[in-house]
Design a binder for this molecule. Sequence first.
Ligand code: 13P
Ligand code: SF4
Length: 342
Amino acid sequence: MSIPLTGNIGPSDAELIAEIGQLRTEKNAVILAHYYQDGRIQDLADFVGDSLDLSRKAASTDADVIVFCGVRFMAEVAKILSPEKTVVLPDMAAGCSLEDSCPADDFAAFRAKYPDHISLTYINCSAAVKTHSDIIITSSNAHHIIDQIPPDQPILLAPDQHLGGYLAKETGREMILWPGSCIVHEQFSEKELIKLKAEYPHAPVAAHPECPAHILSHADHVGSTSSILKYVLESGADIFIIATEPGIMHQMQKSSPGKTFIGAPGMDGVCNCNQCPYMALNTLEKLRDCLRDLSPVIEMDEEVRLAAKAPLDRMLEMSPVPNSDPNSGKAQNRPPKSGRAY
Ligand code: 13P
Ligand code: SF4
């Protein structure tokens, strides 16, 4: 007996990818993707990178449309730096727990308590919080930027307390920290990590600085997503334990196919809980729809944009020169087309 099919069968991945390719050309669009995106989205993007790489690409593209496959604050940065472009993201609900942990009014009140402090703010925050900041940082340029701040200048760092604690230790600077955190990186279990390390004693641990200090204390390498990628590519080891969002393992498997990557375990001994629920909202289907409809689109009040741009411009001025960037592990998927500088 044949079973009748119910409901609609959606388009296949191949059909969606073909449609996205066609729409990208029609709309003169560039697709930027973060390393935490679904592997299929990373593979069709024009450029895959960390937060700093993607900001630079957004600032320099001459495409008419930027499709940002990442989270909302990243798409906002693209709009702040390229206001004349149409910036869309597949799902407007793709937020970030660090952004949520730092409401702009509370942050303004916090800053007002420390008028002598310079405010270094992690890029994972709203445009409104950026307007109250002196310099934006990412995990790949923060140390380099802090080294340019006079030693007697007190520092306030928001919103990630774990990144802040790590940087305070690394740079030897005292910092007032905002008590925010990433729900994804807080899920790793130290107890389970110790067990895994005992099972794989020769596997180095690579961790993102958004992990709490007790996880970072077991890491052989701490760095941004692009820095972790570069580390595993250059290391002589053949098995690695990775303490960050598992989407990044897609690029690791592509760049180092002979190596094995094990996700650091969560509280229950497995690592599925470490997928970023916000990044996971973006799908091929929503990507196709946002390119077709040019919606959802990032809109921003011009006064907010200009005020948020100032600390972002400072970040870009104070960042390492791209080609000499020791953390640069970015993946360029397609050769630039003539006349398009992305
Ligand atoms: P990177 O800048 O290292 O890519 O980090 C972005 C992020 O959101 C990590 O959770
Ligand atoms: Fe935000 Fe954490 Fe997701 Fe990065 S992994 S986007 S910090 S919630």
